[in-house]
Design a protein around this ligand. Structure first.
Ligand SMILES: Nc1ncnc2c1ncn2[C@@H]1O[C@H](COP(=O)(O)OP(=O)(O)OP(=O)(O)O)[C@@H](O)[C@H]1O
Ligand SMILES: [Mg+2]
Length: 174
């Protein structure tokens, strides 16, 4: 490319960047960089502190150690959960409930083996309850999740203390 159109390279880069920004806007994705665990928690707090009553779902995507649980702590802080800092991944139960300004239902489905276990933990019942569902490893819910209204947050490790955080909106009801 560079050799064939030497004078175009700069313009092509610029056009590519502008197109990427337009694509992000069209897909209604938001993108931030977190530079510390605190920044990720603060971001979580912002997600929840203005939520009104009703049902809200956050699906947190990202590899082991990406920061999903830290983000959940922040969401808990925004919901005024007492002892929000001690919110930790539910290990054997797959779900922990906390009382806050709105109830918080924190799922970690990493250890979910099959869809029957989803029924067993009452996943579908939680969908009817007012409150905030935060789901780590939402991939385990399967395609059914795409039928729900949720905010998807994808965390990627881009440095020792740096995380790329992309927010998107799944709104099948529109
Ligand atoms: N900018 C950052 N944001 C979030 N976590 C960070 C950041 N920088 C470093 N970390 C570290 O990354 C780790 C994130 O752990 P956390 O338990 O939140 O990950 P997780 O995505 O929930 O993993 P798992 O899938 O195992 O549950 C923590 O040890 C935290 O200190
Ligand atoms: Mg976790």
């Amino acid at each position: 490319m560079k050799d064939i159109f030497p004078s175009l390279t700069g313009e092509v880069n610029l056009i590519t960047q502008v197109l990427l920004i337009i694509l992000q806007k069209l897909s209604k994705e938001e993108y931030i960089i977190s530079r510390s665990p605190d920044e990720t928690m603060n971001f979580g707090e912002k997600l929840s502190r203005d939520l009104l009553s009703g049902s809200h779902i956050f699906a947190l995507y990202g590899t082991l150690g990406a920061g999903k649980t830290l983000l959940t702590k922040g969401i808990a802080r925004g919901l005024q959960v007492p002892d929000w800092y001690y919110v930790n991944s539910p290990t054997f139960t797959l779900i922990n409930e906390y009382e806050g300004r709105l109830p918080l239902y924190h799922f970690d489905l990493y250890r979910l083996d099959n869809q029957d276990d989803l029924l067993e933990i009452g996943f579908e019942d939680y969908l009817q309850k007012p409150g905030v569902m935060v789901i780590e490893w939402p991939e385990k819910v399967g395609e059914m999740i795409l039928s729900l209204d949720f905010i998807g947050i994808t965390l990627a490790i881009t440095g020792e203390e740096q995380r790329e955080i992309i927010t998107s909106y799944n709104k099948p009801s529109n």
